[in-house]
Design a protein around this ligand. Structure first.
Ligand code: ADP
Ligand code: MG
Length: 702
C-alpha cells in the first residue's frame, strides 16, 4: 500500500478536534469514515458572508442577509407552543426582531445584553418590521465572525443538527484535515490539460471547494473538479466502448443489392436526409467486422421503422437473419402489419411472435428460424425465450429501448453463439447530447433530427379548466369530421387511488358530454390486464370507439393515424418530455392535428415555461433541453441506473461545455495513446488504477 493510500484511509477518529462521538455520528449518519471520505464530502452551497447590510437596506426578497449591530434587550411572548423569545437588535438605521421558538432557555443564557453581534438569516417582514427567525449569531467580543467570507454549508441530517454538529463544525474539521492533508494531495490531471484549460491545481481546488477565499476561487475550484470528474467519467465510458469493440466481432454485411432493390423499386417515398445519414452510419458499422452497438434517437414520427427495416435488409442480403423487438403486443402487430407488404413484395419471410401466438404456430416459427427460412422475426419479450433459436441471427433491433433492461439485451446477444448480433436500439425520447454522452457513453449515437416532408405540425394550445365547454365543442366538431380523440389523465404512483378516481370521474363526465349511441368511449389504464388493454386499443384502432380516455399507458408508440386530437387533463402534473410523448400520439395522419393542454388557474413559473415550450415548438430535442434545464439530470428517465448518478459535482444541465471539453480531451488522448503508456499520461493511468483498486472513491482526490 502506498503512503498516501494510508493517509486518506485514516479513520476520522484520529482527526484532531473532532472527537470519537462526532466521528461515530458522521459514520452512522453520513457514511463518512475516513479522511478521504470527509475531504470528498463537498458543501452543497455557500453562504456569502462577505457583505454586510444595514437594517434599512433589508428587503424581503433577500434569501439571507448579514447585519452587524447591538442586542438591546429580549423577552418572551406568547404561551404554549406559540411561546417565543424575541430579541431587539439595532444598528444606526433601525431595529430588527430576532425570534426563537426552540431551545429558548439555552439561547437566553448565551445572549449578552448590549453585546455586539453579527446576525445572519432570512429577513422576513411582519407588520412593517423585519425579523429573522432562528438567526445565526456571532458575538464579536468573543472573537466570532472572523472566518472566511464564504461559508460552506454541508448537507446534514436532522439528527446531527440536533446534536449541534453543524456546518461550522464540519468546516472547522475540514480545515484541520486539509492542513495535514496538504502534502499528501497529488495532482490527478496531466499538466498539458491543466495548462490548456487553465485549471487550478488539485490542492488549491480541494481547499477552495470547502473553504473558498472568495467567489472567484470557488468558481475555479468547481470548474477544475467538475472537469476532472467528467474527464474520468468519459474516460471510463469510452474505454469500455473501445474494449467492447475490440472484444466482440460482428458480421460484415457488405452486399447492398437487396437494400438497393427495395430502395429503388419499392420504397413509396423519399428518405429524409437524416434517415439517409443514419443508414450510412449503420452501413459503416456493418463493414468494420466489429459488433455494432448503436442508439438511434428520433422524434415520434421521424421514420425510424423504415431505417430499421433497411438495416434488416442489409443483414438479410448477406445471409443473416434479423429480429425487431417491441415493448407491447400492439406495437409488435403494428410493425408487422406495416412491414408485411414490403416483405411480401420482396419474397421475404416475415414472422411475428408474441404472447398470443399459439403453440402450433410457434412450432412452425421455431423450425423456420432454425432452418434459416424465416428472414425477419418481429415480436415482444417472447423473442427472448430460450426456445427461440436462429440459424444465423445477425441484427437485433430494439424499439422504445427504455422499456428493456440490460439483462434482456444480454439475452439477445447470446442468440448467436458464433458472432454476437449487431444491436440497434431505437428511442423516441430524445435526450440532449450531453446526457446521451454520459447515459449511453458506451453506445454510438445516431440522430434523426428531421421529420418527413409535408407533415403538418401539431397545433398545441393551453386552456384553463374553465374553458372546458369550448374544448368539448371543438372535440365534437372533430368527431363529426370522423376523427378520434384521446383524453389523458395523469397517473402518479404515490396517489394512484386518487388518480384512478380522476380517471373514472373524467370518464363519467365524458360520457355525459358525449352520450351513446352517437359516441362510444373506451378506457385504458395501468390496472387493466395486458390483453384487456390490447382489446381496448384494438377497438380504438378499428374505430369502434371514438374517444379514448386513458392514463399515460398510451404514451408509447401506438399509431392511430385517424386520431387527431390529444386532450391532456391536469397538464401541469406531467413532465415536459412526457407531454411531448403524449402529443406524439396524434399528428400521424394526413389531417391537421391538435394538442390541448388543460390546467387550473394557479401555475408555478416552471409550469408556465413547460406549457409555453410545448406551445412554441414540436422539436423533441429542443424540448429535451428545456426539460433538462427545468429538472436537472437526476430526474430524467433512465438516469437512475446509469453512471450519471455517480457525478457528485457536475450537472449535465449546466456543465455541457465542461463535458464537451473533457470528452474531447479523452478522445484525443486515447487516439494517440490507447493504452495510456506514454509518460505524460502516467498520471491518468495511476488514477484509473487506483480508482479500480478501491471500491470507495476517495482515491479520486489523491
Ligand atoms: P417513428 O420514428 O415514430 O417510429 P415511424 O417509423 O412509425 O415513426 O414513421 C411514421 C410514418 O412516417 C410512417 O407511416 C412511415 O411510413 C412514414 N415515413 C417514414 N419515413 C418517411 C419519409 N421519408 N417520407 C414520408 N413518410 C415517411
Ligand atoms: Mg416507432
Amino acid at each position: 500500500m502506498t503512503e498516501r493510500a494510508t493517509f486518506f484511509d485514516t479513520s476520522l477518529l484520529y482527526l484532531k478536534g473532532l472527537g470519537q462521538l462526532r466521528a461515530d455520528m458522521l459514520g452512522k449518519e453520513l457514511n463518512l469514515f475516513t479522511f478521504g471520505d470527509l475531504i470528498q464530502y463537498y458543501p452543497f452551497r455557500y453562504d456569502d458572508r462577505s457583505r454586510y447590510y444595514t437594517i434599512s437596506e433589508l428587503m424581503e426578497s433577500m434569501p439571507s442577509a448579514q447585519i452587524r449591530g447591538r442586542l438591546r434587550d429580549w423577552y418572551t411572548e406568547g404561551e404554549g407552543h406559540k411561546k417565543r423569545l424575541v430579541g431587539k437588535f439595532t444598528d444606526d438605521t433601525g431595529t430588527l426582531s430576532l425570534v426563537w421558538f426552540q431551545s429558548i432557555t439555552t439561547i437566553e443564557k448565551m445572549l449578552r445584553r448590549e453585546g455586539e453581534y453579527i446576525v445572519y438569516g432570512k429577513p422576513q417582514s411582519f407588520n412593517g418590521q423585519f425579523s429573522i427567525i432562528h438567526p445565526e449569531m456571532d458575538n464579536l467580543a468573543t472573537g466570532g465572525g472572523q472566518e472566511a467570507s464564504f461559508q460552506p454549508v454541508y448537507n446534514l441530517t436532522e439528527k446531527l443538527r440536533r446534536r449541534h454538529l453543524d456546518s461550522k463544525i464540519i468546516a472547522k474539521a475540514v480545515r484541520n484535515l486539509l492542513e495535514t492533508a496538504w502534502p499528501h494531495i497529488r495532482e490527478t490531471l496531466p499538466d498539458e490539460l491543466i495548462q490548456k484549460y487553465r485549471l487550478v491545481g488539485k490542492r488549491e481546488a480541494v481547499w477552495n471547494i470547502h473553504l473558498p477565499q472568495n467567489q472567484a476561487w470557488l468558481k475555479q475550484a468547481q470548474r477544475r473538479l467538475k472537469f476532472e470528474e467528467l474527464f474520468y467519467n468519459q474516460l471510463r465510458l469510452i474505454k469500455n466502448k473501445l474494449l467492447q469493440k475490440e472484444e466482440f466481432p460482428g458480421q460484415v454485411f457488405r452486399d447492398t443489392s437487396l437494400m438497393k432493390h427495395f430502395y429503388n423499386d419499392l420504397l413509396p417515398f423519399e428518405l429524409t436526409d437524416a434517415q439517409q445519414r443514419v443508414i450510412k452510419e449503420i452501413y459503416a458499422d456493418f463493414l468494420t467486422g466489429k459488433q455494432m452497438n448503436r442508439l438511434l434517437q428520433g422524434d415520434v414520427g421521424s421514420g425510424k421503422t423504415i431505417v430499421a427495416f433497411i438495416a434488416c435488409l442489409m443483414a438479410i442480403g448477406n445471409g443473416a437473419q434479423a429480429c425487431i423487438m417491441a415493448p407491447t403486443e400492439i406495437l409488435a402487430d403494428q410493425h408487422y402489419n406495416g412491414l408485411k407488404p414490403f416483405a411480401d413484395a420482396m419474397g421475404l419471410n416475415l414472422g411475428i411472435l408474441t404472447g398470443s401466438t399459439n403453440r402450433k404456430r410457434r412450432v412452425v416459427l421455431h423450425d423456420e428460424l432454425r432452418a434459416g427460412k424465416m428472414h425477419i422475426l418481429v415480436g415482444t419479450h417472447a423473442l427472448l425465450e430460450d426456445v427461440v433459436q436462429y440459424k444465423n441471427l445477425g441484427l437485433c433491433i430494439i424499439d422504445e429501448q427504455h422499456r428493456f433492461g440490460v439483462a434482456q439485451r444480454a439475452k439477445l446477444w447470446n442468440k448467436n453463439e458464433t458472432v454476437p448480433p449487431h444491436i440497434l436500439v431505437m428511442t423516441a425520447t430524445p435526450i440532449p447530447r450531453t446526457l446521451a454522452m454520459t447515459l449511453y457513453g458506451n453506445l454510438d449515437v445516431s440522430v434523426i433530427d428531421e421529420l418527413p416532408k409535408g407533415r403538418k405540425p401539431i397545433k398545441t394550445v393551453h386552456k384553463y379548466d374553465k374553458h372546458r365547454s369550448e374544448v368539448f365543442g371543438f372535440m365534437r366538431q372533430q368527431l363529426q369530421l370522423g376523427r378520434q380523440v384521446y383524453v389523458v389523465y395523469p397517473l402518479i404512483e404515490e396517489s394512484e387511488k386518487l388518480d384512478y378516481k380522476d380517471l373514472m370521474d373524467g370518464h363519467e363526465s365524458m360520457q355525459r358530454a358525449f352520450p351513446r349511441p352517437t359516441y362510444e368511449i373506451g378506457m385504458l389504464h395501468g390496472k387493466m390486464l395486458a390483453y384487456e388493454k390490447d382489446d381496448e386499443m384494438k377497438r380504438f384502432v378499428n374505430r369502434e370507439t371514438h374517444i379514448m380516455v386513458a392514463t399515460t399507458v398510451i404514451e408509447v408508440g401506438v399509431n392511430v393515424p385517424n386520431a387527431s386530437v390529444m386532450v391532456i387533463e391536469s397538464a401541469e402534473r406531467f413532465g415536459l418530455s412526457q407531454l411531448h410523448q403524449l402529443r406524439g400520439r396524434v399528428g400521424r395522419g394526413a389531417e391537421q392535428s391538435y394538442c390541448i393542454m388543460m390546467t387550473g388557474y394557479k401555475l408555478s413559473s416552471d409550469t408556465r415555461t413547460k406549457l409555453e415550450t410545448m406551445v412554441r415548438t414540436n422539436n423533441g430535442f429542443e424540448i429535451a433541453d428545456v426539460d433538462l434545464q427545468l429538472r436537472g439530470h437526476g430526474d430524467l428517465a433512465g438516469t437512475q441506473q446509469s453512471g450519471v448518478m455517480d457525478l457528485m459535482l457536475a450537472d449535465l444541465a449546466k456543465d455541457g461545455a465542461v463535458l464537451m471539453a473533457a470528452r474531447e480531451s479523452v478522445e484525443a488522448i486515447l487516439q494517440e495513446d490507447p493504452e495510456l503508456l506514454l509518460p505524460q499520461n502516467a498520471i491518468i493511468r495511476n488514477q484509473v488504477d487506483s480508482v479500480r483498486k478501491t471500491d470507495n472513491n476517495w482515491s479520486r482526490i489523491s
